[in-house]
Design a protein around this ligand. Structure first.
Ligand code: ZN
Length: 441
């Protein structure tokens, strides 16, 4: 069957299911998952067997790859943290779009005179998005998901209030007394879906990006296949169904469900900062807390990046070699990636090296106790090299010109943005991406 590109503008709804492994929609029964809406999308659209993520396979670098089509080294978001200082208590994240070095989907769609919208999309604060509620929080807040004030302040003027009052009036129709409390009791994914539905109905954007993150949070805490995490995926599947139903009347709309990385179980936690402190690369204050010297560090679950903040002496370099050798001896490190290896992976150009954790192990920012702990706080993680089994992301697309049941095989995260731009009938040459769009027909 020949399916040609539609000759009218295509609207695009992109739903990011943070941390969703592709086997969750390919073989849901294997995990005891009930995801009828995801399955329905797979059957009526094109889907990837797996999507190769980026390095590190973490939310912020990967989401920027999704909207730019290039790897972190090119787009400039190398990690989730904006601070290289591991001694800082409440470290800011890379929330702001101004740190992205290349054009994004919202730039390209906006430049064509169309309307864009984003709900909790990573690295979108301050972006040129017509209707924007970015993901951002007070790093000192006890629970980022309960901080509604910071995203409100960084949203499109009046939009946050408009969305909240629309949710409140929906709640008012339900038998409840205290509506403010009800909003705070809603799951973050539910809130994000409600916001998306409101913006879709009221403003009808041409591009709508939504980020669902509850699965990621619970999969870190309880493990990727734990009942709590499975429940979050099933709840998200319902939100996906509600959004698909809302856009179904509009035949010119493409719905995409995708993810940024996969997830694996862990049973050990390793603390590189302990080894670095013992080798004198970080100091120790009189209160026993670490003190910054020449070495910066970022922990990202499956990986750990190290940075020289000043030109190191040969003694500094020897101390780093010793610390890394001790970490390797502890069994926590699967691979040490030096500058040439990081370049080949399209990763952080500023890192001196990155440690990739061994299977079952993840890195934390702990700086006391033994290097390796057998009973870790987290039960699941990601952040490893994209070739590590389980780190694959997912991609499913349904819409005009897309063949039902089409199998795309193994694709790359960098192929998503050029594909979406072409699907919207725009010229993809504006993007920095040089990869070919996927053939969805
Ligand atoms: Zn993520």
């Amino acid at each position: 069957m020949e399916l040609s590109q539609p000759d009218y503008p295509v609207r695009m709804v992109v739903l990011s299911a943070d941390g969703m492994r592709p086997d969750f929609y390919r073989q849901p029964k294997k995990f005891g998952l009930k995801v009828p809406n995801l399955r329905g999308l797979v059957e009526s659209g094109a889907s990837a067997e797996e999507v190769e993520s980026v390095y590190p396979s973490t939310t912020y670098p990967a989401h920027v790859t999704l909207v730019t089509g290039v790897r972190p080294r090119r787009h400039g978001i190398y990690s989730h943290l904006a601070s290289l200082d591991p001694t800082e208590k409440a470290r800011p994240w890379t929330w702001f779009a101004r740190a992205i070095n290349v054009l994004t989907l919202w730039d390209v769609v906006g430049a064509s005179g169309r309307k864009t919208a984003a709900i909790a999309w990573p690295v979108s604060a301050g972006a040129r998005i017509t209707y924007n509620i970015p993901e951002i929080w007070d790093p000192a807040a006890p629970d980022p998901y309960r901080d509604l004030e910071t995203p409100a302040r960084h949203s499109t003027p009046r939009l946050f209030e408009e969305v909240l009052s629309s949710i409140r009036s929906a709640l008012a129709r339900a038998p409840r007394k205290n509506h403010q409390a009800a909003i705070h009791e809603m799951s973050p994914d539910r809130l994000r879906a409600e916001a998306a539905l409101h913006i879709w109905k009221r403003h009808r954007p041409d591009l709508l990006l939504v980020h669902f993150a509850l699965y990621d949070q619970l999969a870190h805490r309880h493990g990727p296949f734990a009942p709590q995490a499975v429940q979050a995926i099933e709840e998200m599947d319902k939100e996906i169904g509600r959004i698909r139903d809302a856009v179904n009347g509009d035949k010119s709309t493409t719905v995409v469900v995708l993810s940024d990385h996969g997830f694996v179980s862990v049973d050990k936690e390793a603390a590189p900062l302990v080894a670095l402190m013992e080798e004198g690369l970080l100091g120790r204050t009189v209160r026993g807390e670490p003190e910054l010297r020449r070495l910066g560090a970022i922990h990202a679950g499956g990986s750990f990046a190290l940075y020289w903040l000043e030109e190191p002496t040969s003694e500094n370099r020897r101390a780093l070699q010793k610390a890394v050798a001790r970490l390797v001896d502890s069994g926590a490190v699967g691979e040490v990636l030096d500058r040439p290896k990081l370049k080949a992976l399209g990763a952080d150009p500023d890192a001196e090296l990155m440690l990739d954790a061994s299977p079952g192990c993840y890195f934390s920012d702990r700086y006391t106790g033994p290097i390796v702990l057998e009973s870790p706080k987290d039960r699941g993680t990601h952040g490893y090299r994209p070739s590590v089994p389980g780190m694959e992301a997912g991609f499913v697309a349904v819409g005009p010109g897309i063949a039902p049941g089409k199998k795309l095989g193994r694709i790359g995260l960098t192929q998503v943005a050029p594909t979406l731009v072409r699907q919207m009938g725009l010229t993809r040459s504006i993007l920095a991406s040089e990869v070919e769009p996927l053939d969805l027909s």
